[in-house]
Design a protein around this ligand. Structure first.
Ligand code: NAD
Length: 441
């Protein structure tokens, strides 16, 4: 029998997971407390920008395999496997805020009507599986009912912008369980992957929870490592792109996550590195590498304005064009994006901003509201370059990779071209009469 799935949370992870699991031939009910999101989805409106999501969604709506509701009770009663994919944002002190995960656990306990498997897909501190289990058990006791249930940790590794591909072609599926029977149910949910020999790594719950933090902290470390090498390259006349290329050819290192830039951002690395440090502190372990990564990454973002100042001089009254606001291309996600450090830094130095992003401007406007008087949101990339003293590429969207340099030179007032992502060569830019700033090149 194919298990029926309920997916709590229709954000970047929940919506993609729900749609992809439906695509595996499973009936899925997606639940969210945000009525506007659910009403939108029921009217064919996708709340996030994720390439390919529209195609998957339409296909599965047509097949009658996916529904959207705010009715948790109905979703719980009509499903066998209940996924929790709600947010775990950072609190002031860096700890993950678990209120949304616990709220779902409570709701499940309130409405459970038989055997269920509860799967945590959110990134959560080690030990959360046991807390979720207790919340549900306490609720059942309060109701005076006895139902068995299994708890699973099934962390998600998808990348925004490539989420559909990643979910359907994962390097591995991690399943943390307490019994073989529950692992078998999970294999049924993921059957198309399982029969196609995707590695399934079955562990205990705590190990699965730890795997997610270890992966994200390692990738964040790799990015930070190459950023620091880039900073040194600038001082000694070396080229970080060639260093990365040579490092990446070493099979023990791999070329991925070795691109120097203005620091990592996004909804995962910043919060998960901080949460890992907090979890470790609670257990009396000092994570010196990850703590340094957090600090170095902060410095990397601040450095963009400092480097510009060194070349442009006082930024007071200058206009800076910004290309790219989202934390990476192919997403509208602005969470912890480097632009959110760089733009305020520039404005505080007295600069005015002309900014453009193909997808993230609505979100950016909300977050940067405090700086609205100093930011002009442009219609397109060339509009953002009009009359500016300097242009900075913060996010490497494809459309910024092959711009008409002659036109740019003509429409810009100044001649500083700051390519924070190293998508242009110094030689090409300098040949056009610009002063080039890169990251370690
Ligand atoms: P998100 O903020 O985009 O979405 C969370 C959704 O949960 C929102 O729509 C919210 O309304 C909903 N929600 C909150 N409380 C709810 C409740 N009680 N019942 C039902 N829905 C509820 O978050 P996200 O980016 O999808 O991240 C979700 C989790 O997945 C986080 O723990 C994150 O760390 C992890 N993760 C994210 C990514 C990523 O790239 N975004 C990748 C891997 C893992």
């Amino acid at each position: 029998m194919i298990p029926r799935v309920a997916m709590f949370g229709t954000g970047y992870v929940g919506l993609v997971s729900g749609v992809c699991i439906a695509d595996f031939g499973v009936n899925v009910i997606c639940v969210d407390v945000n009525k506007e999101k659910i009403d939108g989805l029921n009217n064919g409106k996708i709340p996030i920008y994720e390439p390919g999501l529209d195609v998957f969604l339409e296909r599965n709506i047509k097949a009658g395999r996916i529904q959207f509701t705010t009715d948790s009770k109905k979703a719980i009663e009509e499903s066998d496997v209940l996924f929790i994919a709600v947010g775990t944002p950072p609190m002031e002190n860096g700890e993950a805020d678990m209120q949304y995960v616990y709220a779902v656990a409570k709701t499940i306990g309130e409405h459970m009507n038989g055997y269920k498997v509860i799967v945590d897909k959110s990134t959560v501190p080690v030990g959360t599986g046991q807390v979720v289990k207790k919340i549900i058990a306490d609720k059942l006791k309060e109701r005076g009912v006895e139902y068995e249930f299994g708890v699973v940790s099934n962390p998600e590794f998808l990348r925004e912008g490539k989420a559909l591909y990643d979910f359907t072609h994962p390097d591995r599926v991690v399943i943390g369980v307490e019994s073989k029977e529950v692992a078998e149910i999970m294999k049924k949910v993921y059957r198309p992957l399982y029969i196609n020999e995707t590695p399934f790594i079955i562990t205990n719950i705590e190990t699965a929870e730890m795997i997610k933090y270890a992966c994200n902290a390692f990738l964040a470390t790799k990015i930070t490592f190459i950023n620091e090498i880039a900073n040194l390259c600038e001082k000694v006349g070396a080229n970080v792109q060639q260093v990365s290329k040579a490092m990446g050819r070493d099979g023990r290192i791999s070329p991925k996550f070795l691109h120097a830039g203005p620091g990592f951002g996004g909804s995962c690395f910043p919060k998960d590195t901080k949460a890992l440090v907090q979890i470790a502190e609670k257990h009396g372990v000092h994570m010196s590498v990850v703590s340094s990564v957090i600090e170095a990454n902060h410095r990397q973002k601040k450095m963009v304005t400092e480097k510009l100042e060194k070349v442009a001089g006082d930024l007071k009254g200058k206009t800076i064009g910004i290309l790219g606001l989202a934390f990476k291309p192919e997403t509208d996600d602005m969470r912890d994006a480097p632009s959110l450090t760089i733009i305020p830094d520039l404005v505080e130095k007295g600069a005015n901003i002309r900014a453009y992003d193909p997808q993230a401007m609505d979100e950016a406007k909300k977050i940067l509201d405090k700086y609205a008087d100093n930011i002009n949101y442009s219609k397109h990339a060339y509009d953002a370059a009009e009359d500016v003293d300097a242009l900075i590429i913060i996010t490497e969207w494809h459309e910024f990779r092959n711009m008409d340099l002659t036109l740019l030179k003509k429409i810009m007032k100044g001649n500083i071209f700051y390519d924070a992502r190293n998508i242009y060569s110094r030689k090409d830019i300098e040949e056009k009469g610009f002063v080039f700033i890169g990251t370690g090149v």
